[in-house]
Design a binder for this molecule. Structure first.
Ligand code: ADP
Ligand code: ADP
Ligand code: ZN
Length: 214
């Protein structure tokens, strides 16, 4: 099962993608996580990506596409995967489709998590992430048992640099201009599924499971 998560920054793509990956036993591939890991490790890619990410802009397609196409060609992806944060532009989607069609494959579901812009800034300012295990929380909606400490691994949680309100506004603009057209793109391919992302986390997940099947 090959799945793409669509939706504005903060819509809940990562939160849902992790649960989908667990339930269906497929890898969760987040380009944001890959870039952040590279930034932390100080790799060439990380250095190049940082300037864009810190400004709320997309990392150029040339730095992004091959990375994902190589990743989905790895062995653990044979039974499928859930892509979170990729594609984010029409050219990225076209490159992915081309690479898949060479192998006679295609994306099965593009799940669009709909959340109005008004809710996004609140979601992002309350987002806290675990730098060690990648878990994500929300100070109000999805709190940890001990404030500021990861439930899973006990590490101290952080606020992402690009979750500052000014940067969030830029990311939302970028989303509307560059990423939203993917909704029509996948609708035309007849794989688009729309989910109301304003429901609580469990409800959103149950809706997704109904689409994907138990
Ligand atoms: P969010 O979870 O808020 O949607 P991500 O963690 O997916 O954010 O991405 C963080 C940043 O990494 C993006 O704002 C963008 O700069 C960069 N990025 C992630 N995926 C892509 C992509 N497919 N193409 C270009 N830039 C990307
Ligand atoms: P994305 O990957 O789309 O950027 P995340 O999954 O990181 O989004 O979620 C953004 C923030 O909103 C996080 O703080 C997360 O804990 C919180 N969140 C996710 N799903 C919900 C939900 N259904 N209701 C309220 N808050 C949510
Ligand atoms: Zn953790």
């Amino acid at each position: 099962m090959k799945i793409i998560m669509l939706g504005a920054p903060g819509a809940g793509k990562g939160t849902q993608a992790k649960q989908i990956a667990d339930k269906y036993n497929i890898p969760h591939i987040s380009t944001g996580d890959i870039f952040r890991a590279n930034m932390k490790a100080g790799t060439e890619l990380g250095k190049k990506a940082k300037g864009y990410i810190d400004h709320g802009l997309l990392v150029p397609d040339e730095l992004t596409v091959d990375l994902v196409i190589d990743r989905v060609a790895e062995n653990d992806c044979l039974n499928g995967y859930v892509l979170d944060g990729f594609p984010r532009t029409i050219p990225q989607a076209e490159c992915l489709d081309q690479a898949l069609s060479l192998k006679g494959e295609k994306i099965d579901y593009a799940i669009n998590i709909e959340v109005p812009d008004e809710d996004i800034v609140n979601r992002m300012s309350g987002r806290r992430a675990c730098p060690s295990c990648g878990a994500t929380y929300h100070i109000v909606h999805i709190p940890t048992k001990v404030e500021g400490v990861c439930n899973r691994c006990g590490s101290k949680l952080v606020l992402r640099d690009d979750d500052k309100p000014e940067t969030v506004k830029r990311r939302l603009d970028v989303y509307h201009k560059q990423t939203k057209p993917l909704i029509d793109y996948y609708e035309n391919k007849k794989v688009l599924m729309v989910v109301d992302g304003t429901q609580d986390m469990e409800r959103v997940f149950n809706t997704i499971v109904k689409i994907l099947g138990a």
